[in-house]
Design a protein around this ligand. Structure first.
Ligand code: ADP
Ligand code: ADP
Ligand code: MG
Length: 660
C-alpha cells in the first residue's frame, strides 16, 4: 500500500521544540502552520513557519493551552495534523480526542494511552499486569490518611509521596521517618491540588542511590515496537533533568532486558508514535523499576538521535501518516556518545530560581555535525515569565564519552549570554567535575556536591579593570561614529593624560582608574595595574591586547549595570556607581565653554544665563550609554549662554554652555 506523508501540519507549541519540529517538517516538504501568543509575535518559531496565527494573550492558559482555539485555527488553515511538541497539550487526552473528532491527526499516541500513562497509579497497575517491574509501594485508590501511614510503615522508610497526576517534579515529597509522614503528605497534597487539581497520591519506596535511566520507544499503528536505546538523566536539580546522555553505563544484557520491558510497557497501552519509558535503577541491587511513561517527544530526544543517526521527528511524521516503523530493532545500533545540556534562565546561586529578562547579548558556538544547538530565541528576545525558562539545548557527540565531554565543555565556554542569570557557569562546573567525568553519579549528585558546584569566583581586579577599558573603547567608538575627533575630554583642560574613574558594586566596592597614555590604556583596580590596547568590534564585543595575549571580551551595558564576559567566558553583573570624570585644570587656566564629553541626551541643565557657578558644581547631567554622567565645572565662572535645553541630544564635543 502506498502511504502519503502529511502535507500540512500545525505546531501547537513555541520555543525551541516548535523550531526543531519545523526543521524536519521543512526538510520533508511539509507546510508548517504556527500559532503564537501576543507575547510571541516576533518569536523565531513564527518567523520559521509558512503561516502563523495569533492564538491569544501571553498567559499559556489563554493561548498555547486553548484547545478550542487551536483546533479552530487548524481547521481554518487546512492543516491535517497537529504536532503538540512537549509540555502544553502534548499529554492532554481531551485534546487528542478533539483532534480525532475533527478528523485531524494528533501526532502522538491514542488518547486512551495518554490517559492510562498520565496517572501514576493506573499506569503502575497496568505495568504490574504486563510483567513490568514497578517500584514497591502503594498505588491504590484508598486515600485515608491513617491507611496511607500504615502503608508507608509496610513499605519502610524513607518513603516518597507522589501526586497521582504529577509531573515536572511537582507534588513529590520525601518522608524520611514516620514523624515526617503527615506533614509531607499534607504538603504533597497541597501542591498536587494547586498544580493538577487533584490531591490523590501514591507511595513509593525511596531508592536511596538511584540512577534515572529511560528508554526511547517507538511504535507504529501495526503493533510493531522498537526502542532506540536509553538515556541516563540522573543529573537533576529539584527532581528535574539538567544534563542527559546516551548511552548509559548499562551492560548489554541489562540493556536488552530493560529495552524489552520498555517495549512491553508501550504495547500494553496500545501505544503509537514516540514515547519514553522512565525507569529508576537501583545502583545497590541492580534492580530496575518502571517509574512513568512520557507519552510524547521528550526534551532530551536529541541525544538518542545523535547515537542512532535517526531523526525522531521524521519517524513521528511517518508513523502518523500511516507508514510502518522505518527500521526494525536489529537495524538499530549505538554509535559513539552524546550529551545534552539544558541552558536555562535560572540562578544557580539562588536555589535555581527561574529568571526572566532580555537576551541583551547572545552568542553560541558554531553548530557542526558534532555540535547541535536547539534553540528558539535570538539576541534581543525576551525570556518571559509566562513560559518555560529553557533558553536552548546544547547537544554534542563524540566517539567516546570523554571526547563528548571535552566538546561539551569547550562548547559551553563559547556559549555567552548577558541580560539575565543562566546556568551556563554551573553546567561548565558540572562537566568538569571528576565524579561526573567518571560516570559515578546518581540522582543525588547535584545536592550532594552543592558546595563545589555552586562556588563561583568573584570578579577579579583584571575583570574590573579591563571592562572599564571596554567602556571607554565603546564610548570612543560612539564618538568616532559621530564624525567627531576621537575621545577627548575637551570640556576640561588637560595638563596630563585624561583620566577616568569608574566605580562598580557587587558585594563590595570596585573602584577603577583608567588613564590614556599614547596608544594604550593603563587601568588600575585593587592596587593592580593593567596595560592594554584595544578595539571595539561591535555588538558589545572587544578585542583587548595585553603585553602577552590577545583576548576577546564582552561588556554589555544595561541601565545602571554592566555585564562582563571575560576572556575565559566567566560572566559577572556589576552595578555601576555614577561615573566621574577627573579633570586637570592648572591655576590661572580660563574656562570658556562646557561641551559634551560624549554623545548623549541632556537630562538636566542646572544653570541659566548670568548665573555664577562654583568649582565642582554639577551643572549638566548627560545620559549616555544608559548611564547618567554628572558634568561639573572645573572652576568658578559666570554663565554667558546656555545653548541647549533639557531633552536635547548632543554629539560628542558639542558645546552646551559658554562662559563669560
Ligand atoms: P522531561 O522529563 O522531558 O523534562 P517534563 O514533564 O518535566 O519532561 O516537561 C517537559 C518540558 O515541558 C519541561 O521543560 C517543562 O518545563 C515543560 N512544560 C511542561 N508543562 C508545561 C506547560 N504547561 N507550559 C510550558 N512548559 C511546560
Ligand atoms: P515527574 O513526573 O515529576 O517527572 P517522576 O516519577 O518521573 O516524576 O520522578 C522524577 C524524579 O524523581 C526521578 O527522575 C528521580 O530522580 C526521582 N524519583 C522518582 N521516584 C523515585 C523513587 N522511588 N526513589 C528515588 N527517587 C525517585
Ligand atoms: Mg519523570
Amino acid at each position: 500500500m502506498a502511504y502519503q506523508l502529511i502535507q500540512k501540519v500545525l505546531i501547537a507549541n513555541r520555543g525551541e521544540i516548535a523550531c526543531r519540529v519545523m526543521q524536519t517538517a521543512k526538510r520533508l516538504g511539509i507546510s508548517c502552520v504556527s500559532v503564537y501568543s501576543e507575547a510571541d509575535r516576533n518569536a523565531l518559531h513564527v518567523a520559521m513557519s509558512d503561516e502563523a496565527y495569533c492564538v491569544g494573550p501571553a498567559a499559556s492558559a489563554l493561548s498555547y493551552l486553548n484547545k478550542d482555539k487551536i483546533i479552530e485555527i487548524t481547521l481554518d488553515s487546512g492543516a491535517k495534523a497537529v504536532h503538540p511538541g512537549y509540555g502544553f497539550l502534548s499529554e492532554n487526552a481531551d485534546f487528542a480526542e478533539i483532534c480525532k473528532a475533527n478528523k485531524v491527526k494528533f501526532i502522538g499516541p491514542p488518547s486512551s494511552a495518554i490517559r492510562s500513562m498520565g496517572s501514576k497509579s493506573e499506569s503502575k497497575r497496568l505495568m504490574e499486569n504486563a510483567g513490568v517491574p514497578v517500584v514497591p509501594g502503594y498505588h491504590g485508590e484508598e486515600q485515608d490518611v491513617e491507611f496511607l501511614r500504615k502503608k508507608a510503615e509496610e513499605i519502610g522508610y524513607p518513603v516518597l509521596i507522589k501526586a497521582v497526576m504529577g509531573g515536572g517534579g511537582k507534588g513529590m515529597k520525601l518522608a524520611t521517618s514516620p514523624s515526617e509522614f503527615f506533614d509531607q503528605l499534607e504538603s504533597a497534597k497541597r501542591e498536587a491540588l494547586k498544580s493538577f487539581g487533584d490531591e490523590r497520591v501514591i507511595l513509593e519506596k525511596f531508592i536511596t542511590s538511584p540512577r534515572h535511566i529511560e528508554f526511547q520507544v517507538f511504535c507504529d499503528s501495526y503493533g510493531n515496537a522498537v526502542h532506540l536505546f536509553e538515556r541516563d538523566c540522573s543529573v537533576q536539580r529539584r527532581h528535574q533533568k539538567v544534563i542527559e546522555e546516551a548511552p548509559s553505563l548499562l551492560e548489554d544484557s541489562l540493556r536488552a532486558e530493560m529495552g524489552q520491558k520498555a517495549k512491553q510497557a508501550a504495547l500494553a497501552v496500545g501505544y503509537e508514535g514516540a514515547g519514553t519509558v522512565e525507569f529508576i535503577f537501583d545502583e545497590d541491587t541492580k534492580n530496575f523499576y518502571f517509574m512513568e511513561m512520557n507519552t510524547r517527544l521528550q526534551v532530551e530526544h536529541p541525544v538518542s538521535e545523535m547515537i542512532t543517526g535517526q531523526d525522531l521527528v521524521e519517524w513521528q511524521f511517518r508513523v502518523a501518516s500511516g507508514f510502518p516503523l522505518p527500521l526494525s530493532q536489529d537495524q538499530l545500533s549505538i554509535k559513539g556518545h552524546s550529551l545534552e545540556a539544558r541552558i536555562y534562565a535560572e540562578d544557580p546561586k539562588n536555589d535555581f530560581l527561574p529568571s526572566s529578562g532580555n537576551l541583551l547579548y547572545l552568542s553560541t558556538p558554531q553548530p557542526t555535525s558534532e555540535v547541535r544547538i536547539d534553540s528558539g530565541v535570538t539576541q534581543g528576545d525576551e525570556i518571559s515569565v509566562h513560559y518555560d525558562p529553557l533558553i536552548a539545548k546544547l547537544i554534542v557527540w563524540g566517539d567516546t564519552r570523554s571526547q563528548a565531554m571535552n566538546l561539551m565543555h569547550k562548547s559551553l565556554s563559547s556559549y555567552h549570554i548577558c541580560g539575565l542569570p543562566t546556568n551556563i557557569s554551573f553546567l561548565k562546573k558540572l562537566v568538569q567535575n571528576s565524579k561526573f567525568r567518571d560516570f559515578k553519579f546518581n540522582t543525588n549528585f547535584i545536592p550532594e556536591n552543592k558546595e563545589e558546584l555552586l562556588h563561583f569566583a568573584e570578579p577579579s581586579n583584571k575583570d574590573i579593570a579591563l571592562s572599564s577599558v571596554c567602556l571607554l573603547l565603546k564610548e570612543r567608538h560612539s564618538v568616532v561614529s559621530n564624525k567627531s575627533p576621537w575621545f577627548d575630554l575637551h570640556n576640561f583642560r588637560l595638563n596630563s593624560e585624561p583620566t577616568r574613574n569608574f566605580h562598580f558594586l557587587l558585594e563590595k566596592d570596585y573602584p577603577v582608574t583608567v588613564t590614556q597614555q599614547n596608544n594604550h590604556f593603563v587601568a588600575t583596580a585593587g592596587g593592580e595595574q593593567f596595560k592594554v590596547k584595544g578595539e571595539y568590534l561591535g555588538n558589545s564585543e572587544f578585542m583587548l591586547e595585553t603585553d602577552s595575549s590577545l583576548e576577546k571580551w564582552r561588556v554589555v551595558q544595561e541601565d545602571d549595570s554592566i555585564w562582563i564576559i571575560n576572556e575565559k567566558g566567566e560572566v559577572h553583573k556589576l552595578e555601576v556607581k555614577q561615573e566621574e570624570m577627573s579633570e586637570e585644570t592648572g591655576p590661572g587656566k580660563e574656562i570658556k565653554q562646557l561641551s559634551a564629553p560624549m554623545p548623549g541626551k541632556i537630562v538636566r541643565i542646572a544653570v541659566q544665563t548670568g548665573d555664577s557657578v562654583k568649582e565642582n558644581d554639577t551643572i549638566v547631567v548627560l545620559e549616555s550609554m544608559k548611564m547618567e554622567h554628572m558634568i561639573k565645572v572645573p572652576r568658578n565662572a559666570k554663565v554667558e549662554k546656555v545653548l541647549k535645553k533639557e531633552g536635547d541630544f548632543v554629539k560628542g564635543k558639542e558645546v552646551i554652555i559658554t562662559f563669560e
